[in-house]
Design a protein around this ligand. Structure first.
Ligand SMILES: [Zn+2]
Length: 438
């Protein structure tokens, strides 16, 4: 395989893909799906476009195996988030190459993943690799606004998808230290549970010049003041425990033993305060509550009759929602009504003792001997929840080598991907697919 030639090809594809504006809303992912179909058609890889709502296109391609194992699904999404073009050094939809990087919206999230997944199919096909399982490529619409017209629709309407044993999706990477060496393989095998609440305080309207005790704004802030001071208890999943254990050797001597046994570590007040001041670690260890919206009153001299607030709660999988809700109500007091406005299913993380995980471990051992492979509980939500719901073992892992700083460009300005990553990413992905499918 001529990997440099392949990189040229992948670069060109990603540039063209970025040039197709798929900002969601409205998405218009159908154009992206048609673009991918053209390439797959030329390679004679069977594929089909689905368009459940005008413009909202997804594409599914299948590289056939002998069927002795169940399929592996390679997932990505076609849509991207909007841009604030003024903040960019280069135009965000031109796919320009500068200093060894391709710039543009979607360069990291996640058109680049779509391209290397497609390139992996092309490589396997060109090399005439005999596969024991079908490799399904699925690039979908609507990830950035919830998946209704993308993965959710696909899982409900394309029966063959439910056959998949494994899936790889966006979310985890090979995280580099600032000096460019691999710090860890972060593989997300689960995610927090969405549980969003609307709070409502009611009161008696009146003139602002004559304050009275039945002011809903005052009731609301009083309840919120108590609630937001709540330090929710730790709830540590086995895979989270493993995460800290695997990261222990990298810690300074004092912290090391705390990481090795994170439950014991968190019983040390100084350590637990220090650790949970990191928002990512904090989110991995407990249920979290963010106060995201407050609304009450419209006029300076009017006491309103009602005020509302929204809480974005994210729960550790396995949390009993009713108990959590009861505790929220207790802390808010009985003057505030609480209503659940959005929730996702509480799904246990995917197991780690699988052939796919082993294939990733083997590839890590080859390319970065000694580098820890850590399971990661994602604080946010990806489309993977729709797959885990159907029992598909899903890892959020895209084998790009990125520093944490570079990852901050996701959804931000000057999003970019190094050309080297397109080449290495494809290579490693092919390695992993072969590891689990031949
Ligand atoms: Zn994404």
């Amino acid at each position: 395989m001529d990997w440099d030639k392949l990189l040229n090809e992948a670069t060109q594809y990603l540039q063209e893909y970025i040039r197709i504006n798929t900002v969601n809303p409205p998405g218009n992912e159908i154009e992206g799906a048609r673009f991918l179909k053209k390439i797959l058609d030329e390679e004679s890889i069977p594929c089909q476009i689905y368009e459940p709502s005008p413009g909202r296109g997804s594409i599914l391609a299948t590289l056939k195996g002998d069927g002795s194992k169940r399929p592996l699904l390679l997932l990505s999404h076609i849509d991207v988030v909007p841009v604030e073009a003024e903040g960019w050094e280069v135009p965000p939809f031109e796919g320009l190459v500068k200093d060894g990087y391709i710039y543009g919206r979607g360069a990291l999230d996640c058109k680049s993943l779509g391209i290397i997944e497609m390139m992996a199919l092309l490589v396997l096909k060109r090399e005439k690799i005999t596969l024991k399982r079908d490799i399904i490529f699925l690039a979908t619409a609507d990830e950035e606004t919830g998946g209704r017209w993308g993965v959710q629709w696909a899982m409900e309407n394309i029966p063959s998808l439910k056959e998949a044993e494994y899936a790889l999706n966006e979310g985890g990477h090979i995280i580099l230290n600032e000096n460019g060496t691999a710090d860890r393989y972060a593989i997300s095998n689960g995610q927090k549970v969405i549980f969003q609440l609307r709070l409502r305080a009611k009161g008696t309207p009146g003139h602002g010049s004559m304050p009275h005790p039945d002011n809903p704004n005052v009731k609301l802030i009083r309840g919120l003041d108590t609630l937001t001071k709540w330090e929710t208890p730790y709830y540590i999943l086995p895979s989270v425990k493993e995460y800290f254990y695997k990261m222990a050797p990298k810690q300074p001597p004092y912290e090391r033993s705390f990481f090795e046994d994170i439950e014991k570590g968190l019983s040390d007040p100084t350590f637990s305060t220090w650790l949970t001041s990191n928002p990512v670690y904090n989110a991995m260890l407990r249920n979290t509550i963010s106060l995201t919206i407050i609304q009450g009153g419209t006029k300076a001299n009017v006491i309103p009759s009602e005020s509302t607030a929204t809480l974005d709660c994210r729960l550790i999988p396995g949390t009993k929602k009713e108990e959590f809700l009861r505790e929220i109500r207790r802390r808010l007091g009985d003057e505030i009504e609480v209503e659940v406005i959005a929730e996702s299913e509480s799904l246990p993380p995917s197991p780690l003792n699988t052939a796919l995980y082993q294939a990733i471990e083997k590839s890590a051992l080859n390319n970065d001997p000694g580098c820890p492979i850590v399971p990661f509980l994602l604080p946010g939500a990806t489309d993977s929840r729709f797959l885990r719901e159907k029992g598909i073992i899903t890892y959020d892992f895209c084998p790009f080598r990125l520093t944490e700083k570079e990852l901050l460009r996701v959804h931000a300005n000057n999003e970019r991907i190094g050309l080297e990553n397109l080449k290495l990413g494809t290579k490693v992905l092919v390695e992993i697919i072969k590891g689990v499918s031949t």
